[in-house]
Design a protein around this ligand. Structure first.
Ligand code: PEP
Ligand code: MG
Length: 751
């Protein structure tokens, strides 16, 4: 079965569109299972019916013409139960209903399985046979496996707008991701090029000779690269290991591969796309082979394909043109890809990988454009040049919007602009509730690009400076002097406002290229303070650089990340005192800074009252706190729907933390993403947070909320929310409260 499955997957991967995918599935399944009929129905929610999308064994020409209501027949029953239904004598089942158009009345045996993607029913896969027969366990399992694979194709076809190939045009083309940065944008998709073959978009070309020449050049360059590698490793490799390079070279010299690529170019496609098509086709062929050795060669071929692609792109990269309404789309859009778009041309970002905490999302928020991250099944390469709409409030991407939809979103975009223009006037006003309570509003920063918008936003200071960013963009640990210059620029830019500098917080998803840490479970591994305490030589250099940078300014605060026990705080303070003593002895006028502990893990929540006795303030890292309380990886798109900082458990934890700090008459702030999220802000106000720290772009709207929402109302809301059991219920309740306070425009597009 496994090899049959592999073959089907290979064929399906090469299919042009969903219609072809479905045709392959029904043909292969009926042949493999030895049944006379196989059919796929797609769910059309708009009409509450299933549409027969592909079949074998039915009458000619019925595909796309027959519909079955959600509550009708055995197909409807499979959908209702969401489990396989296996009948040897289907016509005798009370739910049996036959559809004369299909000619299926001749069939007795019926096996139907639901096609489900992330809990959502997207269709039904059915096999039927004339002879009564009860399908055995292996056959049911086979069909379930095929259906699980098929689900992903159906969803990505919907999102690519391919489903309109089918006669029904009512299947949505909305793609859901994670809200990376708020706002809406209507623009043209520009696909970010990477060395990932899967991400190469199709582009039409006119000058085929130029593309073929580029291909020749790239193949030559790759041949040289490999020969160079071979010579370099000559002495270190056994003869059989050297064979690998010869194998690479012989693939490169194979005239058939080159001819196949050229044939695709001659059909009018650019060379990278032609390369992608042929390499993928060959890779799938290898993957489907029985022989393990040959199967593993598919990885070599893929590697070779990437090398050629790299050379093709570096030699022949067309000057990327960015239209005035560019929306960058890619499998993994990087911060540098974003930086390449000319000023004023970038309207938004859509990335298949990454989360709201990815750098590109942080950067998008800093410059005030919407970003949608972690978009499952994003068919990036098919979107090149297409008009798309992105809604950063809901994390939606509309890949084939209708004219009416575009008009609607334009109206919302105009309203949004007006709304934000109005908020600008708040800059000089105080963040104070109508009943007189002041709340500190600070910015989160980590890039030099963050400094200017932070200053412009009218923040009281920096509530979180993520020092790992300068560490990430180097190829070794930055030295004390390098760090000193960065921190000095930062502290000087904000003085006399204070700057909370967090000590190095790497590990988990934040890795340093020159300090690789391989762990099975990195989020529960060596991260944050655990690394720096294990490496006092790195920690002390950083602390000394910060303290020296604060000389004469005295606006430094030091924050320790990922604290999970009291001893970690004590040890960190000991090292800070040592660094301070040294710096003072060297003649720097550096005051001992205020210190804070980040509350990001459950153990710190329960020890908050003890932790605060040792420092000046607590700062809640709600991104990690949510991750650890709910046991949900903050970057994993498969569980992104259950990652919610408004989960009742998180709100109860926040209350414990605030109460612990206040019981010792100390301050407590929050610097996770929820601090800039309008619905969360009213809860944080009511809970009594003294300071909220967020990206610069969120400051005006959070200030607007604070100036329009009384503490009394916020406290009442907290009481109500603490009695609720579901995150959804809490969110809806808070949205309603914002709406009735006239602040609804901040949680959705438009006024
Ligand atoms: C947090 O965890 O909420 C936080 C602010 O830290 P980071 O996002 O950098 O992990
Ligand atoms: Mg954190």
């Amino acid at each position: 079965m496994l090899s049959v499955l592999r073959q089907i997957v290979q064929e399906v991967n090469e299919a042009q569109d969903l219609t072809e995918v479905l045709r392959i599935i029904v043909q292969r399944v009926s042949a493999t299972m030895g049944v006379e009929a196989c059919s796929v129905y797609l769910a059309d929610r708009g009409h509450s019916h299933y549409l027969l999308a592909a079949s074998v064994g039915f009458l000619e020409g019925v595909d796309g013409k027959v519909t079955i209501h959600f509550s009708e027949g055995l197909v409807g029953l499979v959908g209702e139960r969401e489990e396989p239904i296996n009948l040897d004598d289907a016509p005798n089942h009370p739910r049996y209903r036959y559809f004369p158009e299909t000619g299926e009345e001749r069939y007795q045996a019926f096996l139907g399985v639901p096609i489900i993607h992330q809990r959502k029913l997207v269709g039904i896969l059915v096999v039927q046979q004339r002879q009564p027969r009860r399908f055995d366990e292996g056959e049911v399992a086979f069909l379930v496996t095929i259906s699980a694979q098929l689900a992903g194709y159906i969803v990505s076809a919907q999102t690519a707008g391919m489903i309109s190939d089918l006669p029904s045009d009512n299947i949505g083309t909305i793609l859901h991701g994670i809200e990376g940065a708020p706002g809406i944008a209507i623009g043209t998709a520009v696909v970010v090029l990477t060395s990932d073959l899967d991400a190469v978009p199709d582009r039409e070309i006119e000058d085929t000779a130029k593309e073929i020449q580029a291909l020749d050049q790239a193949l030559d360059l790759t041949r040289h690269d490999i020969e160079r590698l071979k010579i370099r490793l000559d002495k270190k490799l056994l003869p059989e290991e050297q064979n690998l390079f010869d194998a690479y070279l012989s693939i490169l010299d194979s005239p058939s591969i080159k001819q196949d690529i050229i044939a695709i170019i001659e059909e009018g496609h650019w060379a990278p796309w032609a390369l992608r098509k042929i390499i993928k086709r060959q890779v799938h062929k290898f993957e489907a082979m029985e022989d393990l050795y040959l199967r593993e060669r598919s990885a070599d071929l893929l590697d070779l394909g990437r090398r050629v692609l790299n050379n093709l792109q570096s030699e022949n990269l067309p000057i990327q043109s960015y239209p005035k309404d560019t929306i960058l789309v890619g499998d993994e859009v990087s911060a540098s890809a974003l930086a390449e778009v000319p000023h004023g041309h970038l309207l938004g970002v859509v990335s298949a990988k990454g989360s709201a905490n990815a750098h590109v999302a942080i950067l998008a928020r800093a410059i005030g454009i919407p970003a949608i991250m972690g978009v499952t099944g994003l068919p990036a390469h098919k979107l090149e040049g297409k008009k798309i709409i992105i809604d950063g409030y809901n994390g939606d991407v509309f890949t084939s919007p209708s004219k009416a939809m575009i008009a609607d979103f334009y109206r919302l975009a105009v309203q949004e602009k007006e709304l934000y223009a109005g908020l600008d006037e708040l800059r000089e006003l105080r963040a104070e509730t109508p009943d007189g309570v002041r709340v500190g509003l600070c910015v989160n920063a980590g890039l030099v690009a963050d400094i200017r918008p932070a200053l412009q936003a009218g923040a009281e200071g920096v509530g979180l400076y993520r020092t790992e960013v300068p560490f990430m963009i180097r190829d070794r640990f930055p030295g004390e002097e390098e760090q000193y210059l960065i921190y000095r620029q930062l502290l000087e830019s904000f003085a006399p406002k204070y700057v909370t500098v967090r000590t190095l917080d790497v590990g988990g998803d934040k890795s340093l290229p020159y300090f690789p840490v391989k762990e099975d479970n990195p989020y529960l591994g060596w991260r944050g303070i655990r690394i720096t305490l294990d490496h006092p030589e790195i920690f002390l250099v950083q602390l000394r650089a910060m303290l020296r940078a604060s000389a004469g300014l005295q606006n430094l605060r030091v924050l320790f990340p990922m604290i999970s026990s009291i001893s970690e705080v004590e040890e960190s303070l000991r090292l800070l005192r040592q660094a301070h003593r040294e710096v003072v002895d060297e003649g720097f006028d550096a005051r001992f800074p205020e210190t804070g502990v980040m509350i990001e893990v459950p153990s710190a929540v329960y020890q908050a009252a003890e932790l605060i006795k040792r420092v000046d303030f607590l700062s809640v890292g709600s991104n990690d706190l949510t991750q650890y309380l709910l046991a949900v990886d903050r970057n994993n798109v498969h569980v992104a729907n259950i990652y919610d900082s408004l989960h009742p458990a998180v709100i109860h934890a926040l209350k414990l933390i605030v109460d612990a700090a206040h019981s010792q008459n100390k301050r407590v702030s929050i610097c996770g993403e929820m601090a800039g999220e309008p619905v969360a802000v009213i809860v944080l106000l009511g809970l009594g947070f003294d300071m909220l720290s967020m990206n610069a772009y969120s400051i005006p709207r959070v200030k607007w909320i604070i100036r329009n929402f009384t503490i009394e109302k916020a406290q009442q809301l907290v009481k109500e929310v603490l009695g609720m059991h579901y995150a959804k219920e809490i969110r809806a309740h808070l949205e309603k409260a914002l709406e009735s306070a006239g602040l609804g425009g901040l949680v959705r597009a438009g006024r």
